[in-house]
Design a protein around this ligand. Structure first.
Ligand code: FMN
Length: 177
């Protein structure tokens, strides 16, 4: 698929990734999960340090407990599975960037299989509570979780605004100002 039409389809795929926060109950097949993990594994990182460990959570009670923790990850409660990236906690600035790339790639791999996803952040006491619950050592860094599952198209939960700034507002030629 190296023709223009193939490229257009791939661009449309990339552009169509949206946060999904309501899920149908059916599980995500192992093959799909493996694809997501394989894409995650090949994510580029600063100095190729690969400073991450992925904790996969399928148990409903744990997902619900994580969803209650301080932050913005309530959607974990209804997810088929959650992934919590645990970062090494050695080079903060690089790892924040690495974690974003990692999460985006997992979401895109899921999207390729029709699986919806959303990132959710833990804040305040939520961070330590997540570490405690998952057995993460204090020096490691936990910031986010990804909820995954087949989208519940019937959900009437309001989605956050999805409008985007026009290109004319966000792109400058040659110089910022
Ligand atoms: C760095 C980052 C942090 C985010 N944190 C949360 C979050 O804590 N909870 C949540 O539900 N969505 C979170 N999101 C998803 C955004 O709200 C979402 O991408 C944005 O509203 C645009 O919607 P769309 O992705 O559906 O186009 C986050 C996204 C990014 C990139």
């Amino acid at each position: 698929m190296n023709d223009t039409r193939g490229a257009k389809e791939r661009i449309a795929f990339l552009r169509s990734l949206r946060a999904v926060r309501s899920f149908r109950p059916e599980p995500v097949p192992e093959g799909v999960v493996n694809d997501m993990l394989e894409v995650a594994r090949w994510t580029g990182s600063a100095s190729n340090r690969q400073p991450w460990t992925l904790v996969i959570i399928r148990e409903r009670e744990i997902l619900r407990a994580l969803a209650r923790m301080e932050g913005y990850a309530k959607h974990l409660a209804g997810a088929a599975l959650g992934i919590v990236p645990v970062m090494d906690g050695e080079r903060e600035e690089q790892e924040i960037y690495d974690e974003g790339r990692l999460c985006e790639r997992i979401m895109l791999a899921a999207h390729a299989h029709g699986v919806g996803s959303s990132v959710g952040w833990f804040v305040g006491s939520g961070v330590d509570e997540v570490k405690e619950m998952l057995g993460v050592p204090p020096q490691r860094r936990v910031r986010s979780a990804i909820s995954l599952g087949y989208p519940d198209e019937t959900s009437r939960r309001r989605r956050m605004g999805q409008a985007r700034k026009p290109l004319a507002e966000i792109v400058r030629e040659e110089r910022y100002g």
